[in-house]
Design a protein around this ligand. Structure first.
Ligand code: AR6
Length: 176
């Protein structure tokens, strides 16, 4: 049984088995959640990402995929890096965004993570409308855990009131 929870805050302050990073395909850092995770988690995360780039991920991580590294100094065992799609008004990339949540949970299950914290992937620098991003996040996580997962808690960690309201609208069991 997996519980979906919602908190407002900085994802780098969370305690969880795995913290998901809204990365880019270079895996070498950026702004937003990605910048914050590398800053607070320290150099071990970038070192692990560089090792991935030197190995199986020579061309980087494709959009919609996920891969885990150490969490460095974060209060977590792993960071699961995933690459959200840049929002487009001419092309429907929803399936790629859904894939980020699905693949991250698959990696979490492979690792044996029981608690997983997700940011609102693609809804910042990548420009995805918050309400739609929240809907895809919640629907995909629900469907993925319903198909079988040992993850006990999926926690959505959002930065502000607007994002909180967007996720809460799709999580009727959350007290507002
Ligand atoms: N904790 C929780 N949520 C946050 C935090 C935080 N510390 N910081 C931002 N958010 P973004 P993306 C929210 O831009 O859209 C990077 O440069 C933010 O308000 O982090 O997937 C990468 O390297 C928004 O709702 O990720 C990529 O190049 C959500 O987290 C690119 O940005 C995601 O915003 C990825 O863009």
């Amino acid at each position: 049984m997996t519980t979906l929870t919602l908190v407002r805050g900085d994802i780098t302050q969370q305690s969880a088995d795995a913290i998901v990073n809204a990365a880019n395909s270079s895996l070498l850092g950026g702004g937003g959640v990605d910048g914050a995770i590398h800053r607070r988690g320290g150099p071990a995360i970038l070192e692990a990402c560089r090792a991935l780039r030197a190995g199986h991920y020579g061309k980087g991580l494709s959009t919609g995929r996920a891969v885990a590294t150490t969490a460095g100094r974060l209060d977590a065992r792993w960071v699961i890096h995933t690459v959200g799609p840049v929002h487009s008004t001419t092309e429907d990339r929803s399936e790629l965004l859904a894939s980020c949540y699905r693949e991250s949970l698959r990696v979490a299950d492979e690792l044996g993570a029981r608690t997983v914290a997700f940011p609102a992937i693609s809804t910042g620098i990548y420009g995805w409308p918050l309400d739609d991003g929240a809907r895809i996040a919640v629907e995909t996580v629900r469907a993925t855990v319903a198909a079988g997962s040992a993850v006990t808690e999926v926690r959505f960690v959002v930065f502000d009131d607007r994002a909180y309201a967007a996720f809460a609208a799709h999580l009727p069991d959350i007290s507002k």
